[in-house]
Design a protein around this ligand. Structure first.
Ligand code: MTE
Ligand code: MO
Length: 473
């Protein structure tokens, strides 16, 4: 890197638009990233840093703290920054936007520290039908907002609402019946690590525990809208847009939307939840209020909810329009057109083995069986009707015992835990074998056999048969 051209800060500052070219500074390097802008997974957000030192932005979008990204950046290097202009202060405690994040227990598998993303150990996930709050997976895109309960306000506006309204936490709790519903939330990226094995994807590494199940209590969305005198027959109401209080460097918030006909169908029981398993929702999960969108992908269950808009279009957030969409395996970052795919809403049938975990050595019981446990779930309220478990890579199948809620076939939002004793007596000591699970939902949807045909560039919607390789003692 010695001998590269030297630039001063002012020269870099002038290259701050697509027209003039986009240059950035990172530590002592100067980079021309004009060509990279279209490919940036975070979209136009990259222009925030145009002409500037990007370190402060990377502190906020800390996913960039990744050797692969440093390598990619180096390929755009055009020179060095004049030594006098190099910022040597780095990140201090005081300018770290994540400094007010809550403390988390050490047993999580942390997939990203800032923003915080973590899953519980897979082998304990199926131990309790309700996931304890302390074990529930965490998926944050931004710093966790610090909201005081008496300062909390929920704003509601849009088509069909004559007078926009603001509700306090106290009003939400006192003016509406408290409704409790058991809902499993799953991240679209759950099990992404299996897709990554086929071919690299862009997205956080997730094992199979980016899903959890809890009782949520709060006010029903439809009750709250009725209280606002909303005219829900207004034909302009096509999407319900939800915004969180977590914001990025520009002040724009995490947001998502759900089609109005889904969100406003009272039977779907969308709630503005303020309790999780009977206590205040913990900060990481949306304190004091989050949307619970039963049967809908995690990304739309907006945490730290502070605004609801009845709209004629989808949320404009990056995560609604440029992310969380499925594509065919032949679509790559050069030809992807995010407008061509609908945003993920309901999720497909899913199941996974939690215990034992992949790669372990197991000892059969006196009768020559081993016990296998896991979860299963489907989106859109579809109930799991059967889970099949194979002791031999998918040749023979055993029907698992199910632990699930007594809810209708098309209105089941909680998950199913399952258990099966599989015979291994015919196997020789020390031999390797593959255990597989697959679930069927109330529409008789099946999981695909292999992950290759469902591979996609963002690594979402991994729901192929879950396979684990075990060894007999
Ligand atoms: N809501 C806000 N405001 N900010 C976020 O980053 N992440 C979403 C969703 N709601 C997110 C959010 C995603 S992608 C998922 S998977 C779920 O929250 C995770 O919820 P949990 O952290 O309670 O498990
Ligand atoms: Mo997610």
């Amino acid at each position: 890197l010695e001998g590269l051209k030297e630039y001063n800060k002012l020269e870099v500052n002038q290259h701050n638009s697509k027209e003039k070219g986009v240059w950035i500074i990172f530590r002592n390097g100067v980079y021309d990233i004009t060509k990279f802008i279209e490919e940036h997974p975070g979209g136009d957000k990259i222009l925030l840093g145009a002409g500037q030192d990007i370190e402060p932005f990377w502190n906020l979008y800390a996913v960039h703290n990744d050797p692969q990204i440093f390598k990619l950046l180096e390929s755009y290097r055009i020179g060095n920054l004049l030594p006098d202009d190099v910022n040597t202060e780095g990140v201090t405690q005081a300018n770290d936007p994540y400094q007010f994040d809550p403390k988390r227990p050490g047993y999580f598998a942390v997939r990203s520290a800032k923003p915080f993303n973590a899953e519980p150990p897979l082998n304990v996930l199926a131990d309790s039908w309700l996931t304890p709050n302390e074990l529930f997976y965490i998926r944050n895109h931004l710093p966790v907002p610090d909201i005081q309960p008496d300062e909390y306000e929920l704003e509601i506006e849009g088509f069909g609402i004559k007078n926009p309204i603001k509700l306090s936490l106290k009003e939400l709790k006192e003016k509406f019946p408290k409704h409790t519903i058991c809902v499993a939330i799953q991240c679209a990226g759950n099990r992404r690590s299996e897709m990554t094995k086929v071919k690299q994807v862009r997205g956080l590494y997730w094992g199979g525990a980016a899903i959890s199940n809890a009782n949520w209590s709060g006010a029903k969305l439809v009750d709250v809208l009725k209280y606002c005198d909303a005219d829900l027959n207004d034909p302009n109401i096509k999407h319900i847009v939800f915004d969180g209080a977590d914001t990025d460097a520009t002040g724009s918030s995490y947001g998502a939307s759900v089609p109005a006909e889904t969100a406003l169908d009272g039977l779907n029981q969308f709630i503005l939840a303020y309790e999780m398993n009977g206590v205040d929702i913990p900060r990481d999960h949306g304190y004091p209020v989050r949307l619970i969108a039963p049967g809908i992908v995690g990304a739309r269950n907006v945490k730290w909810l502070n605004k609801i808009t009845l709209s004629d279009e989808e949320s404009h957030s990056h995560w609604q329009r440029k992310d969380y969409k499925g594509f065919s395996p032949n679509v790559d970052w050069d030809n992807v057109d995010f407008e061509k795919s609908p945003s993920i809403q309901e999720m497909p049938i899913q199941s996974a083995i939690c215990d034992p975990v992949d790669g372990s050595t197991v000892t059969p019981n006196a009768n020559g069986f081993i016990t296998v446990k896991g979860y299963a779930w489907s989106g859109g309220g579809r109930k799991v009707v059967r889970v099949d478990v194979s002791p031999d890579g998918g040749s023979n199948w055993i029907t698992a015992d199910l632990e699930q809620e007594d809810t209708p076939l098309n209105r089941t939002y909680s998950w199913t835990l399952w258990k099966a004793d599989i015979p291994v007596a015919s196997l020789k000591q020390g031999s390797n074998f593959q255990v597989v699970c697959k679930a069927i939902d109330s529409s008789y949807n099946n999981q695909p056999e292999n992950v290759e045909p469902i591979w996609n560039l963002r690594g979402v919607l991994t729901n192929s048969w879950h396979r684990i390789n075990l060894k007999l003692t």
